[in-house]
Design a protein around this ligand. Structure first.
Ligand SMILES: Nc1ncnc2c1ncn2[C@@H]1O[C@H](COP(=O)(O)OP(=O)(O)OP(=O)(O)O)[C@@H](O)[C@H]1O
Length: 333
C-alpha cells in the first residue's frame, strides 16, 4: 500500500536549510494499522504530508496506493483519505450537509453522496448529531466528523495526523475504538501519527519510531520492548552487604550479566518479573536480607525510545512509572 524509499524533505527558512525528514524507508502492507511515533518536530507530519501529496519530497520516492506521489498525485489523492491536525469541517453548515458537499466535491452523484453520508454518520456514531453545526460539537465529536469527511470517497488507505490530540481520555478511547472498527469491519489501511505512547502501545500492531527525521525503530510494540531484554525487578536493601547477597541470589533467577547493583539497589532483568518477585523476596528473607523497597516493571515504548536516543519521549506530567533500560534494541534496518 505504501512503498517509500529515501523519502526526504528539507525547507529553506531564514537563509538556512532545515532538514525535516532524512531519507525515510517505509513499507506498509494492505490492512495494516501503523503508528508513526516520535517527539515534537521529529518529522511525522512532514512525512505524512509527503505521502498524501500535500508536500512534494525533495529526495527519494514514494508509491502510495499504487501510484507515485510525484508523478501521479491526483491519482494518489483519489485513493487515500487524509485527516490533518486541524478541523476539516466549516462552521456554518450542518454535519450531514458538510459530508454530502464533500462527496459531491469528490464527484459522487447527489443520491450516492447522501447515502454515503448517512452510512458514515451511522458508522461513526454521528447520526444523532447530523443536523448540528460543527462549531457546537465537542472536540471528540468534531474529530469523528473529520474522519467521516476523510472517508466520503471510500479510500482504501486513511492517514490520520494526531487523531486523538487534545481530547479528554474518554474521547480519545472513543476515537481509537472507531479507528479499530474501520479497520476490522472495512479492511481500511490506517497510518497515523501520535505522541501518546500508551495508545500506540495498546492499539497499533506496528510502531514506526521517528526521531530527528529518521526511522530509528520499526516493529510490533511487543518485539521492540522484548529487544530491551525483558522485565525488571528492582529492590533496595538496608546495607550494601545485603545488596551483594541479593545480587548473588538474583543471578539464579536470571543470568549474572543481567543483574546490576548500585549501592543498596539491585536490579534484575528477566521474564515475567511480576511472577518471580514474590519468590525472590522469599529467598532473600530466608537468607536474612532486609529489603526496604521492591518493585517489578515491564518495559514501555518510552524505554525503547530512551535506549535508542538517550532521551525520554514521554511528556512531562505523565504519571506512569518509568525505569531506565540498559540493553540495546535493534533499530530498523
Ligand atoms: N514549512 C516549514 N518550514 C520550515 N521548517 C519546517 C516546515 N515544516 C516543518 N518544518 C520543520 O521540520 C521539522 C519536522 O516538523 P514536523 O511538523 O514534521 O514534526 P512532527 O514530528 O510532526 O511534530 P509535531 O509532533 O510537533 O507535530 C521541525 O523541525 C519543523 O520545525
Amino acid at each position: 500500500m505504501i512503498e517509500a524509499r529515501g523519502l526526504g524533505r528539507s525547507f529553506r527558512t531564514g537563509g538556512q536549510t532545515v532538514v525535516a525528514v532524512h531519507g525515510i524507508d517505509l513499507t506498509v502492507a494492505e490492512g495494516e494499522l501503523v503508528a508513526l511515533l516520535g517527539p515534537n518536530g521529529a518529522g511525522k507530519s512532514t512525512t505524512l504530508r509527503m505521502l498524501t501529496t500535500l508536500l512534494p519530497p525533495t529526495a527519494g520516492t514514494a508509491r502510495v496506493a499504487g501510484a507515485d506521489v510525484r508523478t501521479a498525485p491526483e491519482w494518489v489523492r483519489t485513493a487515500i483519505g487524509y485527516v490533518g491536525q486541524h478541523h476539516a469541517a466549516g462552521e456554518n453548515h450542518r454535519v450531514r450537509d458538510e459530508l454530502v458537499t464533500q462527496g459531491r466535491w469528490y464527484g459522487l452523484g447527489p443520491r450516492r453522496s447522501r447515502q454515503r453520508a448517512d452510512h458514515l454518520l451511522d458508522l461513526l456514531d454521528l447520526t444523532a448529531l447530523a443536523t448540528r453545526r460543527p462549531a457546537t460539537l465537542s472536540g471528540g465529536q468534531r474529530r469523528r466528523v473529520d474522519i467521516a469527511l476523510g472517508l466520503m470517497h471510500q479510500p482504501r488507505l486513511l492517514f490520520l495526523d494526531e487523531p486523538s490530540a487534545g481530547l479528554d481520555p474518554r474521547s480519545r478511547a472513543d476515537i481509537w475504538a472507531q479507528i479499530l472498527r474501520l479497520r476490522r469491519e472495512h479492511g481500511i489501511t490506517v497510518v497515523l501519527t501520535t505522541h501518546y505512547l500508551d495508545e500506540a502501545d495498546r492499539v497499533a500492531e506496528r510502531v514506526v519510531i521517528v526521531d530527528a527525521g529518521r526511522v530509528i525503530a520499526d516493529g510490533t510494540p511487543a518485539r521492540l520492548k522484548a529487544a530491551l531484554g525483558g522485565d525488571q525487578i528492582r529492590i533496595t536493601t538496608e546495607t550494601p552487604a545485603d545488596a551483594g547477597v541479593a545480587a548473588s541470589i538474583g543471578a539464579r533467577f536470571t543470568t549474572p550479566e543481567r543483574v546490576g547493583t548500585d549501592g543498596t539497589a539491585v536490579t534484575l532483568r528477566l521474564v515475567r518479573a511480576d511472577r518471580e518477585l514474590p519468590r525472590f523476596l522469599r529467598e532473600l528473607d530466608h537468607a536474612g536480607v532486609t529489603v526496604t523497597t521492591a518493585a517489578s516493571s515491564r518495559p514501555s515504548l518510552d524505554d525503547v525510545f530512551l535506549t535508542l536516543t538517550g532521551r525520554r519521549l514521554r511528556e512531562s506530567g505523565d504519571a506512569d512509572p518509568v525505569h531506565p533500560a540498559t540493553d540495546p534494541v535493534h533499530p530498523a534496518s
